[in-house]
Design a protein around this ligand. Structure first.
Ligand code: C2E
Ligand code: MG
Ligand code: MG
Ligand code: MG
Length: 285
């Protein structure tokens, strides 16, 4: 009996692994041409100032509308795109779309203050020699100021980064593009290393926000966030927090000195029109 059920479990696990492999294979086959077929789209999630609640910008998050599987999140296909090299043209496409969107917001909501667009960069894009020129071209083509753009790079992508890897980021930072350190605090954080990185924003990982969920929050977690914020500010870095799902979290993070927040409490990622509405509400009070 035990042996039989063990066998069934094994077969089930096997079948699931097969299904995953088939899906992965299918996705890998369909991925290279998905960009040409226009199957990618971008959702935008607002970045909100914790002090006054105003919308300061948005993060661009790519999705794939797959003809058979429906909408797929980036976790399902970004690793494949990195593996197949599609990430470079895909990343360029996301950047151009997002910068156009930023221009549109700035034109339509000139009185709402300068809106900024955050775009995620994969490590493969960082090492691609065309990064700086592509970014310059896109900004010139669209007539958008570099300070409307923030590029997000994960902390892990910059672990042990040598000068060659940092050079393109430095160039972009010198031009006025902001660089944010994404998912900060998820692992290898070497705080001393922060000084040599051309970053101006720390994006505190969602795991910190989650620990603010309980009330009262774990005093040690509070101390850690407080310490990160004070170190960041002393290095002239702004702090953004991800994954804010409740008003209590937002309030706690505001008290701890975080500058900007992003999360479902404010808005889920959505189409650009949603952001127009949010910006309008904001501008009219
Ligand atoms: P990320 O850059 O850390 O983006 C934040 C993720 O948290 C997004 O997941 C967002 O939808 C989710 N999120 C936002 N607010 C909340 C919240 O309150 N609660 C919870 N539980 N989650 C929240 P998403 O859209 O699935 O993206 C996952 C990751 O995929 C991103 O993490 C980013 O690393 C990557 N990614 C997304 N778009 C791109 C892109 O255009 N290029 C590259 N290279 N990577 C991308
Ligand atoms: Mg990000
Ligand atoms: Mg993040
Ligand atoms: Mg994250």
């Amino acid at each position: 009996r035990a042996k039989a059920s063990g066998g069934n479990r094994f077969e089930l696990a096997d079948a699931e692994a097969d299904a995953r492999a088939i899906t992965r294979h299918g996705l890998t086959t369909a991925l290279p041409t998905a960009l040409d077929r226009g199957e990618f789209f971008i959702e935008y999630q607002p970045l909100v100032h914790l002090g006054d609640g105003s919308v300061r910008g948005a993060e661009a998050l790519v999705r794939w509308l797959h003809p058979q599987h429906g909408v797929l999140g980036p976790d399902r296909f970004i690793p494949l795109a990195e593996h197949t090299g599609l990430i470079v043209p895909l990343g360029r496409w996301v950047l151009e779309q997002s910068v156009r969107q930023a221009r549109d917001w700035r034109e339509r909501h000139a009185d709402a203050g300068p809106m900024r667009i955050n775009v995620n960069l994969s490590p493969c894009q960082l090492t691609h020699p065309g990064l700086v020129q592509d970014t310059v071209d896109i900004l010139e083509r669209t007539g958008v100021e570099p300070d409307a753009l923030c590029l997000e790079v994960t902390e892990s992508a910059l672990i042990g980064a040598d000068d060659d890897l940092l050079k393109p980021l430095r160039r972009l930072a010198e031009m006025g593009v902001d660089i944010a350190l994404d998912d900060f605090g998820t692992g290898y954080s070497n705080l001393a290393n922060l000084r040599r990185l051309p970053v101006s924003i720390l994006k505190l990982d969602r795991s910190f926000t989650q620990s603010m969920q309980q009330f009262p929050a774990d005093p040690v977690d509070l101390k850690i966030v407080e310490g990160i914020v004070s170190l960041a500010h002393s290095l002239d870095l702004a702090v953004t927090v991800e994954g804010v799902e409740t008003g209590a979290q937002a309030e706690q993070l505001r008290i701890l000195g975080c500058d900007t927040a992003q999360g479902w409490y404010y808005a889920r990622p959505g189409p650009p029109e949603r952001l127009h509405q949010l910006a309008l509400v904001d501008a009219t009070g």
